[in-house]
Design a protein around this ligand. Structure first.
Ligand code: ADP
Ligand code: TRP
Length: 331
């Protein structure tokens, strides 16, 4: 039997190429070897996004994005967190085994408190209980589906460790393996995709290239990549150029070598390097964009895919909650 891989995608904004190379592509590759369960963490996004139209649009775009990138809903169980009420029952069950002190130590909560200290604000300002208990909901997402591994970025490892702590508290109390202990799977070979300004590409920095933007926008954004003032004739170092780093993501080895040589020889200006990047990026993203637009144009089909995913997920969810109830004496 294949091991189970599960991950959640928070629909908090438009997908960008950092998400694609850092999360989507590796997760889809993993889905070949694992029994994969991927979901849209819409209740996690609710902690941040309070505008209903914005949240609804994000949910659809992120779901369509994963499908356009190649997620096969016949092979991967793909669903919305909000379609699985058992997640919320398990959250309540896990709350009883989660030390408040554990939540006090969560990075996201701690940095919100630090920000308040810095701004001389009340320590609790702007912090809702959803943010405070975020790791419990995330633990429930994972534990409910008996995940063996959880592919995540380094920033999420603490949350997986908290899920392990919570499972251990439950299993210790009932002296049996009621719940499965999950492991984080951090892909070490996935690099950080640089943004237009050279910092990590992130929606919060306003330096992102949206994954499904139209061709004109893609070109315009690439032309905006910040460069130094080296003249056309000067030899350039590919390793320190974010144009080159981005190019590597889209090009084959031969193309990479050829552009690196042109950098080192001199005689190529930044404008020309950007044109090369645009060509390679558009070649890979063009078909993705077309699929994305097709999916977005057919909301009934998208809803049906997510509904079928939820139907496959529910029986697994019900079994876990039942197991807990039985162990706890709530039947
Ligand atoms: P953002 O920084 O834009 O808010 P998220 O935190 O929502 O992105 O990240 C979603 C997923 O995409 C995570 O798995 C994260 O590791 C990955 N990711 C985000 N930005 C990058 C990047 N610039 N390079 C590589 N991976 C990234
Ligand atoms: N917290 C994750 C993030 O910010 C999203 C997430 C929610 C998740 N539930 C999950 C990831 C369960 C893995 C497993 O990216």
């Amino acid at each position: 039997m294949k091991k189970i891989s599960l991950t959640g995608i928070k629909p908090t904004g438009l997908l960008h190429i950092g998400n694609y190379f850092g999360a989507i592509k590796p997760a889809l590759e993993l889905a070949r070897d694992y029994d994969a369960r991927y979901f849209i963490a819409d209740y996690h996004a609710l902690n941040i996004i309070k505008d209903p139209r914005e949240l609804a649009a994000n949910i659809r775009q992120v779901a369509a994005g994963w499908l356009a990138a190649g997620l096969d809903p016949d092979k991967v169980i793909f669903y919305r967190q909000s379609s699985i009420p058992e997640i919320f029952e398990l959250t309540t069950q896990l709350m009883a085994f989660t030390a408040k002190g554990l939540m006090n130590r969560a990075h996201a909560y701690k940095s919100a408190v630090q920000e308040n200290i810095k701004n001389n604000a009340d320590l609790d300002a702007g912090i809702n209980m959803g943010l405070f208990t975020y790791p419990v909901l995330m633990a429930a997402d994972i534990i409910l589906f008996d995940a063996d591994v959880v592919p995540v970025g380094k920033d999420q490892v603490q949350h997986i460790e908290m899920a392990q702590d919570i499972v251990q508290a439950v299993n210790f109390n009932y002296k049996s393996e009621v719940l499965k202990v999950p492991q984080a799977l951090v892909q070490e070979n996935v690099g950080v995709v640089p943004g237009l300004d050279g910092r990590k590409m992130s929606k919060s920095y306003g330096n992102a290239i949206p994954l499904f933007c139209d061709e004109k926008t893609l070109r315009k954004l690439i032309m905006r990549i910040v460069t130094n003032s080296q003249a056309v004739e000067e030899p350039k170092d590919p390793a320190t150029s974010q144009i080159y780093l981005l190019y590597q993501l889209f090009a084959d080895e031969e193309e990479e070598r050829s552009l690196a040589n042109r950098y080192r020889e001199g005689g190529m200006g930044w404008g020309e390097a950007k044109e090369e990047l645009f060509r390679a990026a558009n070649r890979e993203l063009g078909p993705l964009r077309t699929r994305f637009n097709e999916i977005m144009a057919n909301p009934a089909e998208l809803d049906a895919i997510l509904r079928r995913g939820a139907e496959k997920a529910r029986p697994i969810a019900t079994a876990t909650v039942r197991r807990f109830r039985k162990a706890a004496g709530i039947e």
